[in-house]
Design a protein around this ligand. Sequence first.
Ligand SMILES: Cc1cc2nc3c(=O)[nH]c(=O)nc-3n(C[C@H](O)[C@H](O)[C@H](O)COP(=O)(O)OP(=O)(O)OC[C@H]3O[C@@H](n4cnc5c(N)ncnc54)[C@H](O)[C@@H]3O)c2cc1C
Length: 430
Amino acid sequence: MAASPHYHTDVLIIGAGAAGLLAARELAAAGRRVLLAEAQNRLGGRVHTLQPAGFRAPLEAGAEFMHEPVPLTKALLAAAGISWQGTAGQTYQVKGGQVQPDTNFFAQLPTLLARLSTLPHDLPLAEFLAREFSGDEHASLRAFATQFAEGYDAADAQRVSAWALRDEWAAGGADDSPRPLGGYGPLLHWLGAQAQAAGAAIHLATPVQEIRWQPGAATALAENGASYHARQVLCTVPLGVWQRPAGQPGHLAFAPELPTHRAAAAQLGFGSVIKVQLEFEEVFWHKRLPELEFLLSDEPVPTWWSQLPDARPLLTGWLAGPAAERLRAASLKAVLALALSSLARLLGTSPAALRARLRASYVRNWGAEPHTYGAYSYPTVGAPAARAALAAPVAGTLFFAGEGVHGGIAAGTVEAALVSGQAAARALLA
Ligand SMILES: Cc1cc2nc3c(=O)[nH]c(=O)nc-3n(C[C@H](O)[C@H](O)[C@H](O)COP(=O)(O)OP(=O)(O)OC[C@H]3O[C@@H](n4cnc5c(N)ncnc54)[C@H](O)[C@@H]3O)c2cc1C
């Protein structure tokens, strides 16, 4: 029987998402021996541009938009020779199957922001709404704020920080959101190629189960029996992995344990998202919803968007937050049926008629995704301190990055992951 392989390196990076790949490139370029261990059989993590059978072009199973401002993402896209394109078209609201004449979804935002700006202590959003907007006359404002936090931030209104939403909403984060042309995937593959060209090694299909460490040295044990010896480790696993209970698949153990980091990770929010992609033979919704860009509704799968200005007949359904959480264990077939019935009501047709026009479908349930267990982080009350605690290096030996450790208005994005990966690489080199 062959002995399990041992590898030696200066820096072991765990996770080949945006944070890990950018850090690998920076560290390898600075002359460090870098080895990157990735659990899955592909690069990218929560960036996954792919073309399933039947689709005419690639689609985004994960990240899709650039939620401005994203200076680092733009600088890297430009360096990789990848351009981006703004979205275009009309936003519609459909309630009870009726297209609403007034589609200003954000009309209540100023009222909400005015009250949020005078809030002296941070509170979970639900508590803030119950306290400040309790009457029946505020029912639609409460519904708007809750839907926005759940749908956009994938957050639980019972836990998400009112202060953090105030900052995010005041910055107008949802306003301008271009897409990288051809998707985010090519950018991450370019980062991976650059890291390898600078000498980094990438081991795919290598889930790390345990990191044994002492100041100045660490050994990571992988599921396949391989061990990785390094002077320093940069861990970029998602918050969902941090939050996995010991004994569950996907749990990552530290020996000795890191109780402060583990408690900080438990305090932060990590929401679920289900993304449903439906490609039709042609665009048939333009009579009911001309120039459809975004559609917001009260359906079980409430949010939909097209690819405009790209005229491709692809509609993307989006279900996020507690509603997606409840469907964590649902079959892909059941989710597809739910999405088709929602969309049929929104387009004033039947699921059977939609199926007759459907060319291909693809469902990705991120709450059920191995090695991720959710979509992206959201700020709870006390999140800035928790993120700082999670990002804190240990004994100059263990370092941490990934979107979950990065706060501010970019929280939960590719930009956050890239910024955190760059910052960790610089801390390692200091
Ligand atoms: C459905 C969805 C839509 C999104 N939409 C947007 C958007 O429009 N715009 C935007 O900016 N952001 C969006 N995001 C968020 C964005 O994708 C993430 O913030 C970002 O990609 C995270 O990068 P990361 O490097 O921090 O983590 P990841 O990309 O998750 O990388 C971490 C890697 O660690 C690996 N790993 C985990 N455990 C182990 C282990 N034990 N051993 C080895 N490897 C391990 C994982 O497999 C993964 O590849 C979206 C995310 C989802 C899920």
